[in-house]
Design a protein around this ligand. Structure first.
Ligand code: PMV
Length: 318
């Protein structure tokens, strides 16, 4: 086992927004994700007895409490993956940063990457990003059950990414995509803290029960994401928006949307967003609207805020 002799380690991980194919990506369909300019930050230092976690992130009411058990399991998993003996540690982990702890924007993956980097620094391990990504994937199992790996990949590397999980156990396909210039988006939060693990398990159960229906939807999601990649590369934002709308319809079909998400998606479109869809695990959590240029972004954000929803004004392709 490793010995610890550095005073403090720190690290960060990016938040993310899935633009295409959350859930489908768990079943081997490619997805497109963009990191956003908000990060989770972690600091690890020797303190007290055993392990204590100070979660100082701002976000949805009840998020920290609801995720506490999964968070502990995720840290245990990271300790194991990194060869750290949790019984012999006296560590304090502090979590902060400007990424709000909303469901759906990769708050868990960003925090896992941040903690893995902080632990690596604290224990003087020189770990490449590839290894940090693997460790964060282990941690994600606590939050998502059978994660695809898309969240931890975006949290580790940042940027706009084409991601495909390799279902046979080999390395996943991870490709950076280039956008001509960054584009404004709005992330709207329903305020509902969702359980990604339950949502992922629900889709898997329904897929098993009605395979014909799901096979068709999977095929559609696959065709759609290739068109989305072409549209993003061509900077055809109207087309990207249209495809986001179609993607939301597929996500409704697999029953991961909810009344609040549908309402916010409709409102964003009414106010001129080029496209809108839920993002992340669904069942609450967040939605994303494509709102190129500041004035449109502001118009859509104001509509949400008037109704009391919290919003994040950010960009993709930064
Ligand atoms: O809700 P989030 O931010 O954890 O995103 C989950 C994304 C899923 O596609 C539903 C799960 C996964 O691991 O890909």
């Amino acid at each position: 086992m490793l010995s610890k002799d550095v005073l403090m380690g720190s690290g960060s991980g990016f938040g993310k927004v899935i633009l295409f194919n959350e859930h489908f990506v768990v079943h081997g369909v490619p997805g497109i994700v963009s990191a956003i300019d908000s990060v989770a930050h972690a600091e690890v230092k020797e303190a007290g007895e055993g392990l204590s976690i100070k979660d100082e992130r701002k976000g949805a009411i009840g998020y920290t409490e609801k995720k506490l058990i999964q968070q502990k399991e995720s840290i245990d998993r990271m300790f194991k993956a990194m060869g750290i003996n949790s019984e012999k540690t006296s560590l304090e982990i502090r979590l902060g940063g400007n990424l709000p702890s909303f469901s759906g924007i990769g708050a868990s993956a960003a925090s896992s990457v941040a903690i893995a980097r902080a632990l690596a620094e604290e224990f003087k391990m020189d770990l490449p990003d590839e290894r940090i990504n693997e460790i964060a994937y282990e941690a994600e199992k606590a939050y998502a059950g059978t994660p695809s790996g898309i969240d931890n990949t975006a949290a580790t590397y940042g940027g706009l990414i084409w991601f495909k999980k390799t279902m046979t156990g080999g390395p996943n396909i991870i490709e950076k995509l280039c956008l001509k210039e960054p584009v404004e988006i709005i992330i709207g939060n329903t305020g509902i803290v969702a359980d990604t693990k339950e949502m992922v398990a629900g889709v898997a159960a329904r897929k098993q029960k009605t395979p014909e229906k799901y096979n068709l939807l999977v095929k559609h999601a696959e065709e759609l994401v290739f068109k989305a990649r072409t549209a993003l590369r061509a900077f055809d934002l109207r087309k990207v928006g249209k495809l986001m709308n179609e993607n939301h319809r597929l996500l409704q079909e697999i029953e991961v949307s909810c009344r609040e998400l549908d309402h916010m998606v409709s409102l964003a479109r009414e106010r001129g967003a080029l496209g809108a869809k839920l993002t992340g695990g669904g069942g609450g959590g967040c939605m994303v609207a494509l709102t190129p240029r500041k004035d449109l972004q502001e118009k859509v954000a104001a509509a949400f805020e008037e109704e009391g929803f919290k919003v994040l004004r950010t960009k993709i392709g930064v």
